[in-house]
Design a protein around this ligand. Structure first.
Ligand code: TRP
Length: 514
């Protein structure tokens, strides 16, 4: 093994991780985001708890980890961002690359809106007695859900969003060094907070009801097709897979560095973090009386309603500040990773200087987030009151990005890599360094098992959404969320897919220097 500096010299003028741990930290920072306190408990609860955790781990092994490893191999062998890397595998692959980044950019756009909520929450928690006025009347941050509703109707949303983007800009401006430093600093803090929260939650009255809901496997639930499809899409979301991020980060490795080890370590760390977050969140939700809310309890219920709602004891506001700052840290390191994935792709293709690229990409995604801070009330959504256009759009678009966008990208990625590049070559590349060697038959995981898992998940999603109409996950589909039959559930995705395809096509066709 030669020292990293030596291989760096041979490299093109490309960013590089200072240490291999830096790579692992950065990937973990990307994977472990708001999803732990937002999507993870939300999916578990809208599916009725029970065996979801077990199903998730099964799908993690069958689909999630093979996809992560494939993205790593793609990045470290081509040393390019996602579109440029896929172009080297097949000339039309670049289109998939841009489609993926456009979809993920939409994800980042609304994701940062949610981080912005957490910023405002942290601010209000920090100043006891500060009230937020709005349609629900003046509310403290512990007066839930009134505070939350007021916030949705408040221009403060924009303030939160701007603060988030300033932080992201500063971190990403410094490239891998900024990311590496930020995550190394946050890593221990985040683990301490989440473990502390879980311990505290155990002692709450009603904790066992929450834990029962979370962990008690009801065997009939294994037959619920939505459990399986949601496990696959959630694993993509949680693992930053199908977003081009892992490829970009692996392209900064000075050499093929223990890819298998890294894929397994980061995926398991992320899953453990989510699992721990669940141990904290379900008892708290039970305590706040929010458990077993009708299926499809709002996406935001746990983090933004249950948690602040129980912070009413003396000193609770301090816990509030800690929790929301944790959310901001969690979110920022994920959002930064996608900004970085796009920045890399643009630099690779157009040869722009880094500073200009970061400014353009940040402004673009910030702008794409503006519809999601729209605080005008959305009338006529049956079954829902107090909904703003911003929240409604966010919920619907989120569903499409996660359940269709990421999964479709993942499927094509696996087909191209498994069959055009070669599943066997992926295994060889992964085995080139590190002491954890994959067996030869693992290539069938990449060529067959993972794609079939994704196809089955996609079929279940389509079946439940459009054919049986039985989806309990997904705004616009579950009548319990915004009322069914508003038509928006078709108009919004229709627009979404057209915009993505056109944008990806243009980016693909533009002349570049690469
Ligand atoms: N894994 C993150 C989570 O659990 C989500 C995520 C990953 C993400 N990469 C991202 C969000 C890029 C926005 C942008 O929350």
């Amino acid at each position: 093994m030669s020292p990293p500096e030596e291989s760096l010299e041979k490299g093109v003028a490309r960013e590089a991780w200072i240490t291999r741990m830096g790579f692992i930290f950065a990937v973990w920072g990307s994977m472990t985001g708001l999803g732990n306190v937002w999507n993870w408990p939300y999916r578990v609860s809208s599916l009725g708890g029970g065996p979801f955790v077990i199903i998730y781990v099964i799908m993690l092994a069958l689909v999630g980890i093979p996809v992560v490893l494939t993205e790593f191999v793609l990045g470290s062998t081509t040393r390019r961002g996602f579109p440029g890397a896929l172009k080297r595998i097949n000339k039309n692959g670049e289109f998939l690359g841009w489609f993926c980044l456009c979809n993920a950019a939409v994800l980042t756009a609304f994701y940062c809106v949610i981080i912005g909520w957490a910023v405002i929450y942290a601010g209000y928690a920090a100043v006891p007695g500060l009230v937020l006025d709005g349609p629900m009347g003046p509310a403290l941050f512990t007066d839930q859900p009134f505070f939350f509703v007021n916030l949705l109707f408040s221009p403060l949303l924009l303030v939160g969003l701007v603060i988030v983007w300033i932080i992201i800009f500063v971190i990403d401006y410094f490239g891998t060094r900024g990311i590496e430093r930020a995550v190394m600093l946050f890593f221990p803090i985040l683990w301490i907070i989440i473990i502390g929260m879980a311990i505290w939650a155990f002692m709450l009255p009603g904790a066992s009801a929450g834990l029962n809901f979370y962990l008690n496997p009801d065997p009939t639930q294994f037959l619920n097709t939505e459990m399986w499809s949601t496990a696959v899409s959630l694993s993509f979301f949680k693992l930053s897979a199908g977003m081009g991020i892992l490829t970009a980060y692996a392209s900064y490795l000075p050499r093929k560095g223990e890819l298998t080890n890294s894929a397994i370590t980061t995926s398991l760390l992320d899953t453990t973090f989510a699992f721990t977050a669940g141990l904290a969140i379900f008892p708290i939700a039970a305590f706040a009386g929010l458990l077993l809310a009708p299926p499809g309890a709002s996406t935001v219920a746990f983090a933004f309603i249950a948690w602040p709602g129980v912070m009413i004891f003396p000193g609770g506001n301090i816990l509030g500040v800690i929790f929301f700052i944790m959310m901001v840290f969690l979110g920022i390191t994920s959002a930064v990773s996608l900004v970085e994935a796009i920045v890399t792709a643009v630099i690779d293709k157009f040869g722009w200087p880094r500073s200009r690229t970061v400014i353009v990409v940040v402004l673009l995604i910030f702008g794409m987030g503006l519809p999601f801070v729209n605080w005008i009330e959305a009338p006529g959504l049956a079954g829902a009151t107090d909904v703003t256009w911003g929240l409604f759009l966010l919920d619907v678009v989120d569903y499409y990005v996660e359940f269709y966008g990421l999964v479709i990208v993942g499927l094509f990625l696996m087909l191209i890599m498994g069959w055009v590049y070669g599943g066997g070559k992926i295994v060889d590349d992964a085995n080139e360094s590190g002491d954890f060697k994959l067996p030869g038959w693992y290539k069938w995981f990449i060529k067959i098992v993972a794609p079939i898992g994704i196809i089955i998940a996609l079929s279940f999603i389509v079946l439940n959404n459009f054919i049986l109409g039985t989806a309990s996950v997904g705004a616009g589909f579950n009548p319990g969320i915004y009322g069914a039959g508003t038509g928006y559930e078709f108009i919004i995705p229709g627009l979404w897919i057209v915009i993505l395809v056109v944008a990806a096509f243009i980016l693909w066709r533009l002349k570049g220097v690469d």
